[in-house]
Design a binder for this molecule. Sequence first.
Ligand SMILES: [Zn+2]
Length: 444
Amino acid sequence: MVSHEVDLMVIGGIVLTADQDWNIYEPGEVAVDGGAIVGLGSREEVERAYRGRERIDASGKLVMPGLINAHTHAPMTLFRGIADDLPLETWLHEYIWPAEAKWLSPDFVRLGTQLAAAEMIRSGTVLFCDMYFFEDDIAEACQEAGLRVVVGGALVDFPNANYKTPKEGLQYSEDLLRKWSDDSLVVPSVQPHSPYAASSELMQQGKALADQYDAPYLLHVSETRSEVRESIEKYGRTPVGRLADLDVLSPSTVAIHGVHLTDEDIELLAQYETGVVHCPESQLKLASGLTPVPKLLEAGVKVGLGTDSAASNNDLDMFGEMATAARVHKMIAGDPTAMPARQALSMATLEAARVLGLDDRLGSLEVGKRGDIIILDLDAPHLVPMYNVTSHLVYAAHSSDVRTVIIDGRVVMRDRELLTLDEGEIFARAREIARQIVASWGSN
Ligand SMILES: [Zn+2]
């Protein structure tokens, strides 16, 4: 039998595929060519069929799909810790929105994205779904960093640094869809901010645009009690009910948060096959409540995990998010069997990809899928011994255990060295921006 030459082989180690059947190969091997996984299985089998131009030895390590952060606002890393311990409305209206009005620019967004990209790659995240302003600059920064991203310009009714009118916002979204539709790393989407910050008309026009380009459509929904109360007062419907009436719920629609949901809301989400993103640490920190994940799963609703922004979390660490999700839902349910480790890990891999409509090519290690692979060190006291790899990943592993990160077949971090980003320069520039922000407070 002739062996085929491929770009890259990850050799040995425990290969956790996180596929539908939760296949594990020990020792396993992965062959990647042209950015895609072409061979996967037991070490012997793959070794016979392929030889790699580049070989990464993963003996004694864990090989698994990279994590997916299904919702964040990456550039807000530059506002990390700017205002904490406040209710969502106060935090947003008195701190975040004024700071954004004063500081946002394409350069600011690009730098914040580079900082976020460094943090995410270091913590094993290979794809994040972003909603913010100047998303074209975010797309470019991610392309340079070799990091996969779903970009969506926040559509809001009010003027902002990115555009003056909702019509210009829609045009910006359409330009993103046109420019990035065929990119290998960037997936364009349409993202109205929320039913309270975008008019019915804007949400509907955004949905028509998303459908025209077959793109994901995401918005924050039912995050706080007051949002739901005001929606009922103003429209006689919960936010989810209103979205159903507006005909914007669909399998490609994603409700971010979905904290305060009625039984009817959950039925609607299931009926329209609309996914939900749960951001446990942000929801806990803002005390906005918690997405009823077990109820949603029971109803057959897709659920993925996200960090939300570094201003409300305050990090972009998906290991932390999995650990928190698995623990907090046990406590809420008063049931230690609720949210098992495998469920939490799925919500940061294959289920997150399903929510974003990308599970045909991302979210698990399978032949035909893109080569988004992370390698974790297992030689650490907190990981020894190991009876169950999945429970270790959720209850014991740290993001700093991630050694090597491969995205679309390209090594972007090798043995904890970032290959695509200059951290020294990024840190210096981020600290300088923070110094300017603090100095501006003094002059007010
Ligand atoms: Zn958010």
